[in-house]
Design a protein around this ligand. Structure first.
Ligand SMILES: Cc1ncc(C[n+]2csc(CCOP(=O)(O)OP(=O)(O)O)c2C)c(N)n1
Length: 532
């Protein structure tokens, strides 16, 4: 039993190694990235040959994790919350097939949108797929849940969705680790064809099996050590906490709870414990980070009669992260906030780094587009999204990964000219390639800029799947090689860049421009490392 100081993400990674995983499959995304990076850096994982290379996107990651599970081995699959939208097809259907080797899917949700386009709460997905879910209240619990979760997944026969949020992922606590287990042997399922071929006749049977399994899932929640009932003297109010909210509540009651508390960290909801709380208390306060998932279930569509407070009645703010202060205020405590940012700290808008190639790409692009009446630039997600801000103000949209190419296509179909897409190299291989094929098939009049810094810079510089192969990929998809134009985005090349951009906008068809210069951050890191 060794105690170590771990980020929540690191606790999850170490627990997965200790639980005997044979592979982690993931695409980077804040706040989940450190899980995979930890496994990539682990000497033991290397020695064991645990798979840890980045996947091209979350869907390929989840399918590979399911394939490893099919072969009897334990697999971990990690992503940020919006990644589950990308992987949702596999996710929903893995709930139908079930698993063989234990499989845990980590969704790292980002309430308050520190680095995301939305704050979706992926417990909704867990309910949607009707599979068991875990939501740790501390880093130790995150470790224990993963360490034991593979066994739970194997016992129940289904993948487990584990939801964490930003503060859990990115804050540290002491964690006691446990002995490392052996990996599972390769062992494909004897009944594999009945479970993993989701043809309608078999899928109908599997859905009935999933429906029947719900009772077992609830039983498991009701006996779970992670769901706990704490008695309290004042029964005017009963409190339900989920995940990290238990931590925040505890901070407000260092000497013990005043009211009965039901701590929920395993779903589906533990019905009997919920009933006990509702029967014992006059009113209920629900503390949960994200959507009012439990609050809505407790209320029911028309209300259950008991008064329920939470995010829906304004006791807590409807959006954003939960904080210990917000919890204290909801309980009527006089809170002098010590979490507020002091006035001396000035807000700084984010900006592209000095020396970043995206800057030079935008400057040249802006100058050419100024020659047109109504140009539209469809942006994407990555460092280059900062081109939306001054001084560039260069993009008109940013919706989801890959959407730049397909939105520009739709707009071009609607008559927009020039319709320009700006996408990063990693985002292009994540989900831009398929959209490019749509453009090629329909000979869309579109200009696509793949701004290639040869890394996944936004999330800290992970390998980018298409490095060294972008031209070949585009040509393979069918772009005419004469209209795949590579350039080096530097001030001294502006005139040449502008000429190329102009020519390709005027070309009536699909053109791909690839401004290529290594990310200044990865370059600096490499130079520093070579001096050591
Ligand atoms: C579905 C989804 N997965 C992951 C992320 C996190 N993320 C945002 S941009 C990005 C990739 C950025 O790489 P690239 O396109 O090469 O641009 P760069 O940041 O290097 O300029 C990632 C992984 C996300 N926003 N959405």
């Amino acid at each position: 039993m060794e105690k170590q100081l771990f980020l929540g993400d690191e606790a999850i990674a170490q627990a997965a190694i200790d639980a005997g995983i044979s592979g982690v499959y993931a695409y980077p995304g804040t706040p989940s990235t450190e899980i995979t990076e930890y496994i990539q850096g682990s000497a033991v994982a290397k020695e064991r040959g645990i798979h840890s290379r980045w996947s091209v996107n979350e869907k390929t990651a989840m399918e590979a994790a399911l394939g490893m599970s099919y072969a009897g081995k334990r697999s971990l699959c990690c992503m940020k919350h919006v990644g589950l939208n990308v992987a949702a097809d596999c996710f929903m259907n893995a709930g139908m097939s079930g698993i063989n080797g234990g499989m845990i899917i980590i969704t790292a949700d980002d309430p308050s949108m520190h680095s995301s386009q939305n704050e979706q709460d992926n417990r909704v997905y867990g309910n949607f797929a009707m599979i068991p879910m875990l939501e740790p209240s501390s880093q130790q619990e995150a470790y224990d849940m993963v360490y034991e979760g593979f066994e739970l997944s194997e016992k129940l026969g289904y993948p487990i969705l584990m939801r964490i949020t930003t503060r859990m992922a990115h804050s540290r606590a002491g964690v006691v680790t446990r002995p490392m287990k052996d990996e599972n042997p390769k062992n494909c399922p004897a009944d594999g064809r009945q479970r993993f071929i989701l043809l309608p006749a078999l899928a109908r049977k599997r859905f009935k099996v999933l429906l029947e399994a719900q009772k077992q899932f609830v039983d498991s929640s009701e006996t779970s050590k992670y769901n706990q009932y704490f008695d309290g003297p004042n029964k005017d109010l009963g409190i339900i906490t989920t995940g990290i909210a238990f931590n925040y509540l505890s901070e407000n009651y260092p000497d013990g709870f005043e009211h009965p508390v039901l701590k929920i960290s395993q779903y589906p909801l533990p019905r009997k414990q919920m009933e006990k709380l509702v029967n014992e208390c006059k009113e209920i306060l629900v503390l949960e980070e994200g959507y009012p998932v439990v609050e809505e279930q407790l209320k029911g569509y028309m209300g259950t009669g008991i008064k329920v407070h939470g995010r829906l009645d304004g006791t807590l703010q409807r959006d954003g992260e939960l904080t210990p202060d917000a919890v204290g205020k909801a309980l009527g405590k006089d809170i002098t906030s010590y979490y507020a940012i002091p006035e001396v700290v000035e807000q700084r808008p984010p900006a592209l780094c000095q020396g970043c190639g995206h800057r030079d790409m935008y400057e040249a692009l802006n100058e050419v587009l100024a020659e047109y009446n109504e140009p539209k630039v469809f942006g994407d997600i990555g460092c280059y999204t900062l081109g939306a801000l001054p001084p560039f103000r260069a993009i008109d949209t940013c919706i989801d990964m890959g959407a730049s190419i397909t939105m520009a296509k739709g707009a071009a179909d609607a008559g927009v000219f020039p319709a320009v897409s700006v996408i990063g190299d990693s985002t292009f291989t994540h989900s831009g390639m398929t959209g490019l094929l749509d453009c090629v098939n329909e000979e869309t009049n579109i200009t696509i800029v793949i701004s290639d810094n040869e890394t996944t810079a936004m999330t800290g510089g992970q390998d980018s799947a298409g490095t060294g192969r972008l031209e070949a990929i585009c040509a393979g998809i069918g772009v005419d090689p004469a209209h795949i134009r590579v350039m080096i985005p530097l001030k001294k090349n502006y005139e040449e860049m502008k000429t190329i951009i102009r020519e390709e906008i005027e070309y009536k068809g699909v053109s791909v421009l690839i401004p290529r210069r290594e990310c200044i951050q990865t370059l600096t890191r490499k130079k520093k490392a070579s001096k050591k």
